[in-house]
Every structure is written in structure tokens, then in C-alpha cells.
Write a protein of this length. Structure first.
Length: 720
């Protein structure tokens, strides 16, 4: 006995080695996963989307075979190792990731079209009109099969978008020509900012511009594949319906009605759009699950009620399934009329699958339905994963379905034996809960994309959502049914009464003090943490799902930790911004490049533009004259120049030289020089002053060289 005690002296035999602890935790985690094997299917779109995200995150264009090889290897390993569950699961995960990667690769290559490389015009632009949007400045038209004067077909964009004069009458399908100026799609306003060039690459849009003269009709267009009679007919029908709605209901009410019925938001006044955003009602303007569900419900219950009045049909035939089939067809028509945007596609996929489940006598609403809808959309349009509409719509739907799956039992118990009052109370309680859950699910995504929090969205939604569901959308369906007979105003007029209340509610709530808070944008890895945490919380059922809260909180905590640039320079060099002593951004001008300035301020958590000379250059970090400014930050002296006459002097004194004009000489005192050529080749720049020295990041550094980036010769940043 004494020998054993001596041998064990100074040790802790009751404490296992660290690797035993990790092994036990891993085994425990595996047991949880195995216990919830019926939920594995729900993770399929997550891994498929991971492959898509990896493709878009790369700084270079990968070889075309990589995704297909990963997919093939995953399938082969799964077939060979199907007897071992762990091997099979790993192979399925690899195949899904490879499939997502391959889908994104194929989609990017399939939409390839020429993009304008430099400014064009004034010159003649000809093409076929495939879309018309109403704008305050004049109609904005999309042209296909484009011909540009003095431009070879190989360098001509596949599609261009032009704003024409307000007096012009242009119809979908017209073949027109117009004197115009065109520009390439705009690059991101800052490194890591919204990438308009990537978005329009998948729309085959190669240039944007504005008309300088009247529109001529009957022009010759480029040979090639036509858009299609069906597509043009649907686009023309959308234009006609939008015009008739806005004729019957002039002003903001008609513009919002057109947005709800045909998805045309182009005519909505800016103040109404801003009020809807700040009141938390912006989701009502984008046709999504709410609108699609209301249209389908109106058709389903309306037709079923009518058929139930015919006793032979009600007793002998499955009128419920007939109504479901009719609602599917009606929802498909609504999808086409509304423009088939990503939220509308998601809504139709879910609504169609739900109604198909009714036909097959299966459960109508479940997370499996959501998973299948996500897989369908990601397979058809992988680029949708990067958009706010996809992320917010699926985030809200996943959270809501998971919540009501968990509350299905309590709700059924509450309704048992309850009267009309109890049902009404439950309706408003679930409506409030829906608003809270949807707001929480989409709030972090809104922080990443828009940098704002609407605090009174619950109050606004408690008024607007029931009104939309019980009054506005049923009248919208009736208006569409009456439109072929020219009687749409009979339904649009009562619809406008509800819309006026919604618009007034948005304006009232948005005017409340503290209605919205602007915060710095969440970094990308913060959004990833939030997404993974939310999925972990919603897709699993056991108590271990609450571990997702840790990832959610970690993602939100990245907002104050994200570094903010000390200096920003636009790709033209006409606009610059510096970090002032109070922590805000000061702009070199409040009149030039306002869109870029708005993007910078939004990402920084600000709304009001401030000139960096608001204090007349006294007592602050800036000293300015007519040729440029000197900005001091710690040990660094930065020369911000817009006149070449200051280059010689500032190159001898400044450690960083930023010039809106070319610097054609060596700067002996500067270790970093950024001039007009650097901005032209590498896009907007951001500078971060860190203890180790200034860190410079350009748009090219942030996104790399991809099919949608301009084909310009690039060189490394000069250091002296």
C-alpha cells in the first residue's frame, strides 16, 4: 500500500490527459450528430453554399475542372465507402462542397459577355428594349443585342442600360437607336465594399449611361439569339400593368401598388423608400414569401370555397387538391409578372412545394421544404448566395419555421376549445412573435449590408402586416383579375386606402426619435459566424443547439473590433476622406462623387457628410492650401495632392504621398506613393495606420482578378 502511495506522489491520477478530454468531447459531439440523423438533409444547402462561397472568395479564377473533380471524388469515395457511416458522411459533404463550387464556376462561365473597357461616346447606341423602368429623371431602359458606333462586335457589351429623357415613350420590344454616353460598370467604392461589377456580370450588363438626344425607332440591331417572344411578352405585360396601376393611382400610392403587384419599385419616391427602411417595413416593398403566400392563400381558399358551394363537386372530387393545383399556377403567373427576382423565386419554390405537399397529402411546411427551395435556387443562380435578398429571406424563413416547429404543440393546446377571441389574440401574438423573430434573424444581415438598425419595426409591422394580408393583397389579386376587362380601378381604389395607412405608418414611425441607429458595417467573418450560429441553433433539435448562441454573439462582437480606414481615396482621385480627431470621416468635397461618399459614410456608421475643411484647416490633423493638404497621423505625414505643382516639395517632406495626378518622379522621403495611375489600375484605396506602419489595401487587393474585374495592366504599388 505504501509503495503505491509513493509511486503516485505528486501526480493527479484522477485527471485524464488533455487529449482524452478532447477525444471524449469529439465522441460526444458525434453521438449528438448521429442521434439527429433525420436532420442531416437540412445541412445539404449549407455545404453546397459553402462551395459557392469558396469560389467567390478566391482572389483568382480557378481551373475549370476543380469543382467537377471534387464532386466526382466525393461521389466515388461515397460509393466505395458506403458501409462506413463516417466515410459516407465525409464523402457527401465533399461532394456537396464540390458541387457548389462547380455550379458557381459553370454559372460564371455561362453568362460571360463583353464588358465595356473604357468610356464610350458621344456615339450612337442601338439595340432591342427588353426592360423599361420608370424614374423621376426619365425611363431607364435595358437594351439587348447592342450595336455601338465605331466599335467592333467583339468589344460591344452584351447588354447596356441607358436613362433616356422623361418625354420619351419607349416600349418593351422596340428596336431603337439613340445618341448616348456609356461607362463601364462602376467598381466597388472601397476595398471590400459592394461589388456592382460582379452583380451585373451575371446579368450580362456591360455598360451604363444616359441619352443625349431623342430616341429613334426601327434601328438595326446586332444579329444573334433573340431574347424570346415569351420573355418579351411578359416584360411588356409588366410594363403595361405598371403604367395602368400608376395611372389609376397617381403618386406614391400607385408606385407602391405597382411594387406589390408587378415588382416595379422604380417609381417609388425616395422619401417613402427611406421611411419604409427606417420603420422596418422595407420588406413589404420586395415581393417575397409574405406576398407570394398571400396570393396563393387567396387563390387556394377562394377557389376551394367556391367549389365547396357546388355540392356534387365537394362530395365526389378532391376539391382541396384542385385548389392547390390552381394556386400553384396562379403563383407561377405572379412569379413571372413580378420579375422572378431572388426573393420571389425563393417564395415561389417554397409555396409551390408546400402546395404540392397538399396534393400528395404530406406535411405542408417544414425545414426540409426550406432546404429544397434553397438547393433549387443555389443550383440555378449560385451568385444569389452573396445578395442581401437571399440571405435575409432565407434567414427569416429558417428562423420562423424552426420557431413554430418548436411551438406547434403549445399553439395547438392553446387553440383546443378556444373561441373566436382566443384565436384573434393568438393571431396578434404570433404576428408579434413573427416580427420579433424575423427582425432578429435578419438584423445582423442588415448590419452587414446596410449598417442600420430599425428599433421600432415591431410597432410598424403590427399595423402594416395584418393590413397587407387581410386587405391590400386580396384587393391586389382582384385587381389583376379585373385588369383584362379594364375594371382594375374598382379594386385598386380600396387597395389604395390600405396603402395610404401603411405609408403613413412608415412615415410616423420613422419620425420617432431614435427610430434608426447607424453603426459601422459588420466585417465578413462576423457575418459568417452569425450565419453558422443561427443555422446551428435552428437546424438541430437537441439542447446542444444552444451552442450556436456563442457563435452568434461572437459575430456581433466583431462590429466594434473591425478596423476602420484612416484614409480613403476613390478610383478617380477626385474624392478623398480622412479620419478626423473626433473619429468621424471628413470628405475632401461634399459635391463630387456623392454616391461614393454615401457608401463610405454608411460603412463607417455615419449619415451626414462633413467636409474635412469644416474647421478651416486650423487646430486639426489637416493643413491645406490650394494645391493640396498635409495630414498628420502619429509619426506619419501624408500629402494629399490634387495639383502637380506640389509634388516636388511634398515628395521631400511627406512619408506617404497620395496624388490625384500622375507622379512621374522619385519621392525620396516617401515610403508609399499612390498616384492617378495606381487608382486607375487598382481601384479605390484604403490606408490603415498601424503600429508597424501604414497598411494599404486596394480594391484589386481585396477581390483579386476575376472574370468580372476590368482587364487592366496591374503593377505592384511603388515603395521608395
Amino acid at each position: 500500500m505504501s509503495t503505491d502511495i509513493t509511486a503516485g506522489a505528486g501526480t493527479r491520477p484522477d485527471r485524464p490527459p488533455p487529449w482524452h478530454v478532447f477525444a471524449a468531447a469529439a465522441m460526444r459531439l458525434c453521438s449528438f450528430v448521429v442521434d439527429e440523423r433525420e436532420r442531416w438533409l437540412l445541412w445539404a444547402p449549407v455545404f453546397f453554399g459553402t462551395g459557392i462561397a469558396i469560389y467567390f472568395a478566391l482572389a483568382f479564377e480557378p481551373a475549370a475542372w476543380i469543382g467537377a473533380v471534387i464532386l466526382g471524388v466525393g461521389i466515388a469515395v461515397g460509393i466505395l465507402g458506403r458501409r462506413w457511416q463516417s466515410v459516407l458522411l465525409a464523402a457527401i459533404v465533399a461532394a456537396l462542397i464540390g458541387g457548389g463550387f462547380a455550379a458557381a464556376q459553370w454559372r460564371s462561365a455561362s453568362v460571360a459577355a463583353p464588358v465595356l473597357q473604357k468610356r464610350f461616346g458621344p456615339g450612337v447606341v442601338s439595340g432591342q428594349v427588353v426592360r423599361v423602368e420608370s424614374r423621376s429623371r426619365g425611363p431607364r431602359i435595358l437594351l439587348d443585342r447592342v450595336v455601338l458606333s465605331r466599335t467592333s462586335p467583339e468589344a460591344t457589351p452584351g447588354r447596356v442600360r441607358i436613362v433616356v429623357k422623361r418625354s420619351e415613350k419607349v416600349r418593351v420590344g422596340d428596336r431603337i437607336s439613340v445618341l448616348a454616353k456609356l461607362s463601364p460598370p462602376s467598381a466597388p467604392a472601397a476595398p471590400g465594399a459592394y461589388d456592382f461589377q460582379r452583380r451585373v456580370w451575371f446579368e450580362r450588363l456591360g455598360a451604363t449611361g444616359f441619352a443625349l438626344g431623342p430616341v429613334g425607332h426601327g434601328a438595326d440591331i446586332a444579329p444573334g439569339k433573340d431574347v424570346g417572344r415569351a420573355a418579351l411578352w411578359i416584360a411588356g405585360l409588366r410594363q403595361t400593368m405598371s403604367e395602368r396601376i400608376r395611372t389609376a393611382l397617381p403618386g406614391a400610392t400607385g408606385a407602391v401598388a405597382a411594387a406589390l403587384i408587378v415588382g416595379d419599385r422604380s417609381a417609388i419616391p425616395k422619401d417613402v423608400v427611406e421611411a419604409m427602411r427606417e420603420s422596418g417595413l422595407a420588406h413589404l416593398l420586395a415581393i417575397s414569401g409574405l406576398h407570394m403566400g398571400l396570393v396563393a392563400a387567396t387563390l387556394f381558399f377562394g377557389l376551394r370555397g367556391i367549389l365547396a358551394l357546388v355540392e356534387p363537386l365537394a362530395l365526389r372530387y378532391p376539391i382541396k387538391k384542385w385548389a392547390a393545383a390552381a394556386a400553384i399556377l396562379g403563383s407561377l403567373g405572379y412569379l413571372l409578372i413580378a420579375g422572378a427576382t431572388v426573393p420571389t423565386q425563393r417564395a415561389f419554390a417554397m409555396t409551390g412545394l408546400m402546395l404540392f405537399a397538399v396534393i400528395l397529402d404530406r406535411t405542408a411546411i417544414s425545414l426540409r421544404l426550406v432546404a429544397w427551395a434553397a438547393m433549387i435556387i443555389l443550383a440555378l443562380a449560385p451568385e444569389a448566395l452573396l445578395g442581401a435578398s437571399f440571405q435575409m429571406s432565407f434567414g427569416a424563413v429558417v428562423a420562423l419555421v424552426a420557431t413554430y416547429e418548436a411551438l406547434r404543440g403549445p399553439i395547438s393546446t392553446h387553440l383546443a376549445g378556444g373561441g373566436f377571441r382566443r384565436r384573434i389574440a393568438l393571431y396578434f401574438a404570433t404576428l408579434a412573435l413573427t416580427s420579433v423573430i424575423a427582425g432578429l434573424a435578419t438584423g445582423a444581415i442588415a448590419l452587414y449590408h446596410f449598417g442600420r438598425i430599425a428599433h421600432f419595426g415591431l410597432a410598424a409591422n403590427l399595423v402594416a402586416v395584418p393590413l397587407t394580408g387581410l386587405w391590400i393583397m386580396p384587393w391586389a389579386v382582384i385587381a389583376c383579375a379585373l385588369m383584362p376587362f379594364g375594371l382594375e380601378s374598382l379594386a385598386l381604389t380600396p387597395m389604395s386606402w390600405g396603402l395610404e395607412v401603411v405609408i403613413a405608418t412608415a412615415g410616423k414611425v420613422a419620425s420617432w426619435p431614435g427610430a434608426v441607429t447607424h453603426v459601422p458595417a459588420m466585417p465578413g467573418f462576423g457575418l459568417i459566424l452569425v450565419a453558422l450560429g443561427g443555422l446551428w441553433l435552428c437546424l438541430w433539435r437537441g439542447r446542444w443547439r444552444w451552442g450556436g448562441m456563442a457563435a452568434l454573439l461572437a459575430g456581433l462582437l466583431t462590429i466594434p473590433l473591425a478596423p476602420r480606414p484612416d484614409i480613403l481615396i476613390s478610383d478617380t482621385g477626385r474624392l478623398m476622406a480622412v479620419r478626423l480627431a473626433d473619429g468621424g470621416l471628413g470628405l475632401s468635397s461634399r459635391r463630387v462623387e456623392r454616391f461614393t461618399a454615401e457608401r463610405w459614410l454608411r460603412a463607417d456608421g455615419s449619415i451626414e457628410p462633413r467636409s474635412w475643411l469644416s474647421r478651416k484647416g486650423r487646430g486639426g490633423p489637416l493643413k491645406c492650401d490650394s494645391l493640396g493638404c498635409i495630414y498628420r497621423r502619429g509619426k506619419e505625414t501624408v500629402a494629399l495632392l490634387w495639383d502637380g505643382r506640389a509634388i516636388a516639395e511634398d515628395c521631400r517632406t511627406a512619408s506617404v504621398v497620395i496624388s490625384a495626378v500622375p507622379v512621374r518622379r522619385r519621392c525620396p522621403a516617401a515610403h508609399t506613393v499612390i498616384d492617378r495611375f495606381d487608382l486607375w489600375r487598382n481601384g479605390a484605396h484604403a490606408l490603415y495606420f498601424e503600429p508597424a506602419g501604414p497598411r494599404v489595401v486596394s480594391v484589386t487587393d481585396a477581390r483579386g482578378v476575376r472574370p468580372w474585374t476590368p482587364r487592366r495592366k496591374r503593377w505592384k504599388r511603388r515603395r521608395n
